[in-house]
Design a protein around this ligand. Sequence first.
Ligand code: HAM
Length: 469
Amino acid sequence: MTASTEAEDLGQVPEPGSAGSADGLSSATPIQAPLGTKDVLWPESARWEALIALFRSIVTRAGFGLLVSPAFEDVRLFRRGIGDENEVVGKEMYEFADRSGRRLALRPEGTASVVRAYVQHRPPTPWKAWYATQAFRYERPQAGRYRQHHQLGVEAVGVADPEMDLEVIELAHQLYRSVGLSRVTLRLNTMGCSLCRPAFIEALLAYLSSRSGQLCGAHADTFAANPLRVLDCKKDECRAVTSEAPRLAGLLCDECSAHFASVRDGLDALGIEYLLDERLVRGFDYYTRTTFEFQAESLTSAQSAIGGGGRYDGLVEAIGGPPTPAVGFGVGIERLLLACDAEGCFEVPGPAPQVFVVDLTGGKLARDIARELRREGLRVSRSYENRSMRSQLRQADRSGATLAVIVGPEEAAGSSATLRELRQPSHQPSRQPSRQESVSRSELADRVLELLGNATTDVLDVTAGEGMP
Ligand code: HAM
C-alpha cells in the first residue's frame, strides 16, 4: 500500500512529501491528526474512561499503585533496556534531540520507564506499579496498529516467586473477563534465563545456519542477529524450517523448569486455560522465564494480540540497578476495544446529561439551578444565549437528557419550576415518558433525584490515567 492510499484509508492527510507540495499540504488543507494517530471523541471516550476505571479498580485491589512518568526518556534507556538490535528500538522509535541537544525518545512501551523510575527512586519492594500510557512506534498504520497507541499495564518489581507471575496473569485475565470478552486465548511460554538460554540460542543458530537457504526472504540474511524471531515468523518457509528446530523446553536449567512448572500448576489451579506455545517470542529482548500473550480470536492475526507480558529479571540491572526480578504486562486499549466491538460487549453509554435546564428569563436561573443540581451529583446541562423555548427544548432533547427543568417568567415569579420527562429514566426503561409537573424551587432537587431513581454520578468512579484524552 502506498503512503497516500494508506493515509486515505485512515481518513488522514498523507505524510509530508508524499503528494503535491513539499510538505504534502496546500495552505487550504485543514491540518489533521498525524498519520497513525486518532482522536477519541465523546461518546467513544466514555468507554475509555470506563475501561481505565475498571482496570484501576481491578489492580488497586491487588495492591498496585499508579505510576505517572514522562512520555519521553533519555534514548539510552530503551537502547540498553530493550536492546539496540530490537526492531522497535532500531526501526520504530521516535527519537529526537531537544533544543539543548539531549537525545530523547518518545516511549515505545511502558516497562522500561517503570524500571527506570524504580532504579532512580528505589522504593521498597515488592514495588507494584500500574499505568495508563501512550506508546509511540513508527509502524505501518492499519486497523488496530497505530503510531500512538495506549496501554494499561502493571509491573511488579522485586519478586522472583512464580506466585507473582500468576497474580499478574490473573489480573489481565480478569480484565478481559470483566469487559465481557469470552473468545480470548492465553498463550504461554518460557524464555529461560541467562544460564540456559545461551545454549539454546547456540543450538538454534547452528540449526538455522544449516538451513538458511530455506528461510523466508526477510530472515535468510538476518536470522543471525536475532535467531529467536525466526521462531515466530508467520511465513510458510520459516514455519517449515522451525517445525524441526531445537526447543528450549529440553534445555531449561533446573530453576527455570521448576519456575515454569509452578506457573503452569498455578494456572491449572486457578482454572485459567492456556496454550503452550514454544514459538511465542515476545518482541522485546528483556524477557526471561515466563512470557505470555492474550489473543482475541475475533480479530485477524495482525491485530489479535490484545495484551502480553512476562518476566524480565535482568532489566533492572541492565539499566544500572541491582539484580532485581520483575514481571508485568501491557494491554492495548485500542485493540481491546476492537475485540469488544467484534464480540459485541462492553458497550458504555456516553455521559449524556441527566437534566437539561431551559431558562426563558435570561440565563441566571439556569446557572443557579444547574449549580444546585450538580452539587447533588447529577450531570446537568443548560442552554446559553437566551434562545427561544422551542430551540432550548430541541437542544434539551438532542442532549439525551432524561429530564428538562423549565423556568419561565411565571415560574420565576412563583419560585417554582416545571419538570418535564423527555425520555424514560434508566431505572424504569419500560415506562413511557409522560410526566410534566410543577415543583417548588425548594423541592426541586429532591424531586429530580426521586424521578431519576437517585442515580447520581460518582466522580470517584472515573479515574483518568496519565496523558489520557
Ligand atoms: P507489547 O506486546 O509490545 O508489550 O505491547 C502490549 C500491547 O500493546 C499489545 O499486546 C497490543 O495490544 C498493544 N500494541 C502494541 N503495539 C501496538 C500498536 N502499534 N497499535 C496498537 N496497539 C498496539 C509491551 O509493550 C510490554 N511493555 C508489555 C510488558 C509489560 N511486558 C512486561 N511488562
